[in-house]
Design a binder for this molecule. Structure first.
Ligand code: GDP
Ligand code: MG
Length: 163
């Protein structure tokens, strides 16, 4: 079966940008069932030779972006339940926030394999954030730039290990 990848993390770290990159074509498939899955996006995509089913978590832009609210939590839990591997995205430029820590706890409790993604690390950006991110307890982050397409080879190598 095609492995399911959940892209999780706090707002504005670049989850949807990474989703779109892996999906190849933006807005590939929109899951518009009413209710809890309303704002979830799901697509088929690939990373090199690895075919993927990708779940983006979204729709909490209107929520208080400083705490892990009910909707954020519900969407993240739903995505994690379906995931074979979780991509936990942080913003390497901003470093680790309390909300990142809260997401880390939720993700850890899911028991799913996790690849920590330090995004917005194009060029030499985000070096301090990359170093800080080890404190989340998920080991070595994969530094990428979802918007510039950097680090995709490293992500491919880690996915190959986890699948
Ligand atoms: P989400 O809320 O986690 O889904 O984040 P988005 O994908 O909507 O991105 C939030 C903001 O970060 C947008 O302005 C993106 O253009 C920007 N962004 C996403 N990825 C990168 C990246 O790799 N580098 C930089 N510099 N900005 C990025
Ligand atoms: Mg988004």
């Amino acid at each position: 079966a095609v492995p399911t990848i959940a892209v999780v993390g706090r707002p504005n770290v670049g989850k949807s940008t990474l989703f779109n990159r892996l999906a190849g074509k933006p807005l590939a498939i929109v899951d518009d069932r009413p209710g809890v899955t309303r704002d979830r996006r799901e697509a088929r995509g690939r990373l090199g030779d690895i075919p993927l089913r990708i779940i983006d978590t979204a729709g909490f832009d209107d929520a208080d972006a400083t705490r892990l609210g009910t909707d954020m939590r519900a969407q993240t839990d739903a995505a994690l339940r379906e995931a074979d591997v979780c991509l936990f995205v942080i913003d390497a430029r901003e470093g680790i926030t309390a909300l990142d820590q809260a997401f880390g706890d939720v993700i850890r409790r899911s028991g799913k394999p996790v690849i920590l993604i330090a995004n917005k690390a194009e060029g030499r950006a985000g070096v301090d954030g990359i170093t800080e991110s080890y404190a989340l307890g998920f080991g070595e982050p994969v530094a990428i730039s979802a918007s510039h397409g950097e680090g995709m080879g490293d992500l491919h190598a880690r996915l190959t290990q986890e699948l």
